[in-house]
Design a protein around this ligand. Structure first.
Ligand code: NAG
Ligand code: NAG
Ligand code: NAG
Ligand code: NAG
Length: 353
């Protein structure tokens, strides 16, 4: 009897102290995915669960599109929380109280983006709803509601919506029946819907990464025809990113006026990447344009790991010297610098107090 009582007290103590922590829920694409695509039926284009992915930090491929950790991993570390497995990992339910990661490489704000190969943002929201139900079952309505309203909701979404037309046609000709501004409106419109839905479910604290300088990724630079070895960017893609970021900024300002208790941080991922590409040495890198892992010019052919259509690839000796890890994604070092800036300069830490 006494033992049961002690166990009971112990459980209460663990659950109340854990309930006091701030959880992190992550939505979006490969910049924040912790490996959900390891668990879906997709192609290796949307997976990174083979070497040399993960080699710097984990020493094994986790499914993250990096040589190590990605931004949310560093945020969890700064918040003194353990790493959370991807939502589709069967063990993830044990971590719901400290968060969940729904992100899926290749996903966009539009259902149509790489449909069938990724977990769309819409499906990610359905998964979040399932976590909500499970939390209520495990800890009761009051505690679950408290966890969800105190939690931080992090987003990286949009890049794939703009990139997919280039990647599918493999040309600089942007094939969309919509004009640029219509396309941006539809994409930001869908992001806005997702935010409103989460807010209705009690979410209050949001963090967004905007869209990077897409046309300057090694993977897009190489589609320039004629090839430009001095390193031009695909202007049209970068223009879309800029238009998107302006529209996102505006939409968030509007939401802050409309939605009760809505707080947000917008991290300028675009500026951070662009500065590192232009001035690599200022941030401690040797190479800003060429990827560490891939094939050909700028290592822009997306072959890192040799499991995609092209089997040959090169990998650099020291990823720390590079901004880009593969043709589209960044090194752990770059993600760490950005997470650090987000946590300290942009005061993300106050969201976790
Ligand atoms: C996975 O997708 C492929 C191609 O779409 C399909 O042929 C296969 O049956 C799917 N496998 C499973 C287990 O769903
Ligand atoms: C461009 O898009 C249109 C309409 O979506 C489609 O019919 C056409 O085949 C596409 N062209 C290329 C080259 O992909
Ligand atoms: C969301 O995206 C769909 C296409 O997937 C589009 O038809 C719809 O208009 C978008 N919604 C908003 C509010 O922009
Ligand atoms: C190559 O890119 C550089 C830098 O953007 C630009 O100045 C130059 O005109 C480009 N060359 C060609 C042939 O497009």
């Amino acid at each position: 009897m006494a033992l049961l009582y002690i166990l009971f007290i112990l459980c209460i103590t663990i659950s109340t102290s854990a309930a006091a922590r701030t959880a992190l829920f992550v939505f979006g694409d490969s910049f924040v995915d912790a490996g959900n695509n390891n668990f879906i039926n997709t192609t290796t284009l949307d997976q990174a669960n083979f070497p040399p992915y993960g080699r710097t930090y984990f020493n094994y491929p986790t499914g993250r599109f990096s040589d190590g950790r990605v931004i949310p991993d560093f945020i969890l570390e700064y918040a003194k929380l353990p790493l959370i497995p991807p939502y589709l990992d069967p063990r993830s339910y044990r971590y719901y109280k400290i968060g969940a990661n729904f992100a899926s490489a290749g996903a966009g704000a539009l259902v149509e983006t790489f449909q069938g190969s990724v977990i769309s943002l819409q499906t990610q929201l359905i998964y979040h709803k399932r976590v909500e139900k499970r939390l209520k079952k495990m800890y009761g309505d009051a505690k679950a509601t408290n966890t969800l309203s105190k939690a931080v909701y992090m987003f990286s979404i949009g890049s794939n919506d703009y990139m997919s037309p280039y990647l599918i046609t493999n040309s600089t000709h942007f094939n969309s029946s919509n004009s640029n501004s219509q396309l941006v409106q539809i994409i930001v419109g869908n992001i806005t819907i997702a935010i409103k839905r989460l807010h209705e479910q009690g979410a209050r604290k949001f963090v967004f990464l905007n869209v990077g300088p897409l046309g300057c990724s090694p993977g897009l630079r190489i589609i320039l025809n004629p090839p430009n070895d001095s390193g031009g960017c695909v202007e049209q893609a970068s223009l879309l990113a800029t238009l998107h970021n302006q529209a996102l900024t505006k939409s968030l300002k509007t939401l802050a006026k409309q939605l009760h208790g809505f707080r947000y941080l917008l991290y300028d991922f675009h500026h951070s990447i662009q500065q590192r590409i232009k001035h690599p040495s200022k941030y401690g890198y040797k190479q800003g344009k060429t990827a560490c892992c891939g094939t050909g010019r700028f290592r822009g052919t997306y072959s890192c790991g040799g499991k995609r259509p092209l089997k040959e690839y090169e990998v650099c000796k020291d990823p720390k010297e590079y901004v880009f890890w593969d043709s589209y994604h960044l090194t752990e070092r770059a993600y760490n610098q950005m997470a650090h800036q987000l946590w300290n300069q942009q005061n993300l830490k106050t969201f976790f107090d």
